[in-house]
Design a protein around this ligand. Sequence first.
Ligand SMILES: C=CC1=C(C)c2cc3[nH]c(cc4nc(cc5[nH]c(cc1n2)c(C)c5CCC(=O)O)C(CCC(=O)O)=C4C)c(C)c3C=C
Ligand SMILES: [Fe+2]
Length: 443
Amino acid sequence: MNKQNRSTGLPANAEGAPLNEESKSNLILDKKLSRRDMLRLTGATSLGLLLGGGGVGGIMAARNAVAEPTVTSDADSIPFYGSHQAGILTPAQNFIYFAAFDLTTTKLADVKKLMQAWTTAAASLTTGSLIGNVNDNPNLPPSDTGEVDGLNPSRCTLTFGVGPSFFDNRFGLSSKRPTLLADLPAFTGDNLDPKWCGGDICVQACADDLQVAFHAIRNLARIARGTAVLRWTQEGFQRTGTADPKGTTPRNLLGFKDGTGNPDTTNEAEMNEVVWNNSSDGPSWMSGGTYMAVRRVRFRIEVWDRSSLSDQEATFGRYRHNGAPIGAKDEFDDLNLKAADASGKPVIPPDSHSALAHGDGTVKMLRRSYSISSGLDIATGQLDAGLLFISFQRDLMKQFVAIQQRLSKSDRLNEYMTHTGSAVFACFPGIRKGGYIGEALLG
Ligand SMILES: C=CC1=C(C)c2cc3[nH]c(cc4nc(cc5[nH]c(cc1n2)c(C)c5CCC(=O)O)C(CCC(=O)O)=C4C)c(C)c3C=C
Ligand SMILES: [Fe+2]
């Protein structure tokens, strides 16, 4: 085993003194290094240097002697690499920190470098490793901000996508924009605030610990400095796994189980039908990817809290206590939209949220939403709370837009909410070890 300097944790010589550059190179050439060793050896150098092919990176390339960074997987760690990105079919973690970025560069090469640097960082962040070195140089800012030092990965996932604006004329990529990726049309009742809309790039950070999710976005934003800036962020939560060890369907802030009608994420055929793009859907760089719709929705909580239980249940078309469709017994019973009472009146109101969203049952989407609470609206004294609605689908128009058009016109729920933010993103296919985020598009 390598000896380590006790105060810095860096690889050391037999006397415990830090290694000089030659010794570092020898160590690299002689032995396979763990990712952590490699990052430590780079000392105070930035992540960029690692990627630049110089120094340690250059040696690695020259001798081809060092394996890929090791990414471990245990109960708290969700693999970052794979055929699809994590954070889509992954059972929802307790928290989200969602971030939309705008690019400040006009050079495609910078964008590519950013994606490469983010890939390296994301592989560390999702395994609970610190970014870069061990913060040992007192004369430089630490390469990792430090707030997750000693924490486990908390099932952190980072999901990356690009918005329609990514394909404008800045980078010469307009011919690569999928026709399925376009800004959403205006919907009846929209009350969108530009401060929660759009973005060239999105990063969805989810984790069972909010500090872990926050740390991921904070450090990705640091790495992006000079190339991209944060445009908007939104944090969100669900009941935690500790509060609900059985992992029942989470309830939204209106008190109803939310997610019951989702397709089965363990059914591969269904996911291929509903979520994943294939080569017949559009450009090959999106094959294995998916489209994300994000809507920041504010609830009129105070109005909702004054409405009767029967009104609330008619609004969703489901019972509040167990989430079953009105007239049915169990949460996962089918929605029978044809059932009528003795007077011929539909048991489930046709303008209820579930009835309208379900339609004829042929169009589905995968919802992965989080509750949000952003303090008080000081103008009204009311809670600024609601839902960060997120859905993944193969086709935004045929799925999200088709359903949202029905909802926006007649949903009973509209009385109790308003959409304040909106964005769509093409989420890349999975990242292969040795590759980088968006490689098929940018490579
Ligand atoms: C355009 C898509 C949808 C938006 C926007 C949306 C907003 C929204 N939904 C809830 C709460 C619930 N939604 C439920 C079901 C449901 N919602 C959508 C789509 C959108 N919802 C679909 C496709 C479905 C499933 C319909 C089906 O086939 O059964 C439910 C019922 C329980 C469940 O199935 O999850 C609730 C509750 C809120 C609060 C909201 C506000 C932004
Ligand atoms: Fe819904």
